[in-house]
Design a protein around this ligand. Structure first.
Ligand code: GTR
Length: 390
């Protein structure tokens, strides 16, 4: 009897900890950290001061408290390219499979990239790079399997190249084995630091190595690389674009908590929950903010602001309240003051647009698709419209 009571109490306690709010009227009152105020209390009024003083500070706050450091040193990088001469997609595309091997202190890590480039015209083209957090069949180079998650035919028909790599090449998405990839092989010292990177940092690092490759590929316009991610991949695409300013634009699809949604709203998934379920995504320090969102020196609007003045497209799905669609829209709005330093006027309306009403400006894109947590042809069609605007 005592044992049953004990189990019951434990279950109730865990329910209380993990109770998620889906009621707008229960969103607590909150004040976002001022993205334009330095830690010394100075207000930033121009882009020069933003870039010199505040931007590095905000980047460091995210490194130290959320995503961890992102080492940029390695000894060498090699690309092994297998390009078949067979025309793909009825002659519309050429397939390139690239093995990127990066060495540090004699140890290699390999990232496999699938890349389709339009066969015509023969000039450098912009590319969408997907950080693939789902099955590898989604980016099938043989095209025997086709998936809306990476609709290569549609992107090629629109005149863009499309590429993908799989997150498991960098870090398995598993709390027990995540360290067996990049972390143990190339950057073991990161594992000892409370602000050391974990899986999401490793995936973002991988996106930057693919960017290194694009800079060597004459078919690709490396100044027009759009990094794309869905959900945990969308948290990663934001962090990759924030860190590596070579990415021309970022698409963050249904990225939710610790992605594009504001943490302080405590709506849907919360920090305590994400840290409990996925302790291998963010750094050790982030655990200090479990149930203490207001103690965080940042919120997610500041992550979007780090990408300014480059374009960002965020999406949600109407049934995916877990990812807080309204909180995502509000984060985009709260990043506008930093874009304003570059003379960019607000492009999004004051209120969240309705379901299936994409708002696409040259710098901000947002839509809330009818349906479930996913990335679909509808989403991609809008990313293509967005990419054509800039
Ligand atoms: C969920 C997680 C979300 C999101 C999602 C996904 O379980 O709570 O933060 O990342 O997984 O990646 O599909």
């Amino acid at each position: 009897m005592k044992r049953i009571a004990c189990i019951l109490i434990l279950q109730l306690a865990s329910l209380a900890v993990f109770a998620q709010n889906y009621d707008e009227s229960k969103v607590p009152h909150y004040t976002l950290p001022d993205v334009l105020k330095t830690s010394a209390g100075k207000t930033i009024r121009n882009k020069e001061k933003w870039e010199k003083l505040r931007r590095p500070e905000v980047l460091k706050l995210f490194e130290d408290n959320v995503y961890g450091q992102l080492p940029t040193d390695y000894d060498s990088i090699r690309y092994a390219l297998s390009e078949d001469d067979h025309p793909e997609m009825d002659g519309k595309a050429v397939l390139k499979q690239v093995g990127i091997t990066v060495f540090r202190k004699g140890t290699p890590v390999q990232i496999d990239v699938v890349l389709f480039v339009p066969a015509q015209p023969k000039k450098p083209v912009p590319v969408f790079l997907l950080i693939n957090n789902r099955g590898k069949e989604n980016t099938d180079p043989t095209r025997a399997t086709r998936s809306e998650f990476w609709p290569a035919e549609m992107v090629i028909d629109s005149g863009f190249a499309i590429a993908a790599f799989h997150v498991s090449d960098l870090a398995p998405d598993n709390k027990d084995t995540y360290a067996t990839g990049l972390l143990q092989k190339l950057y073991p010292e990161q594992l000892k630091k409370d602000n050391g990177m974990k899986a999401i940092g490793a995936w973002a690092w991988g996106a930057s190595r693919v960017m290194d490759y694009f800079e060597t590929d004459k078919d690709i316009d490396a100044k027009k690389v759009i990094v794309v991610g869905h959900s945990r991949g969308g948290k990663t695409s934001l962090w990759a674009a924030a860190q590596d300013q070579r990415f021309a634009a970022c698409v963050t699809n249904c990225s939710g908590n610790t992605g594009a949604a504001l943490a302080r709203r405590q709506f849907g998934e919360r920090i305590s929950r994400i840290n409990a379920t996925f302790p291998h995504w963010f750094n050790n320090n982030y655990k200090k903010y479990n149930d203490r969102e207001n103690a965080l020196p940042v919120d997610q609007h500041m992550l979007i602001a780090l990408i300014a003045p480059r374009p960002v497209y965020a999406t949600n799905a109407s049934k995916d309240l877990w990812a807080d669609p309204k909180g995502t829209f509000l984060a985009m709005k709260a990043a506008e003051p930093v874009y304003a330093l570059y003379g960019i006027k607000p492009e999004l309306p004051n209120d969240q647009p309705g379901i299936d009403v994409p708002v696409i400006g040259p710098h901000f894109g947002y839509h809330n698709r009818e349906g479930e947590h996913n990335m679909t042809a509808y989403d991609w069609a809008n990313f293509i419209r967005f990419a054509r605007k800039f």
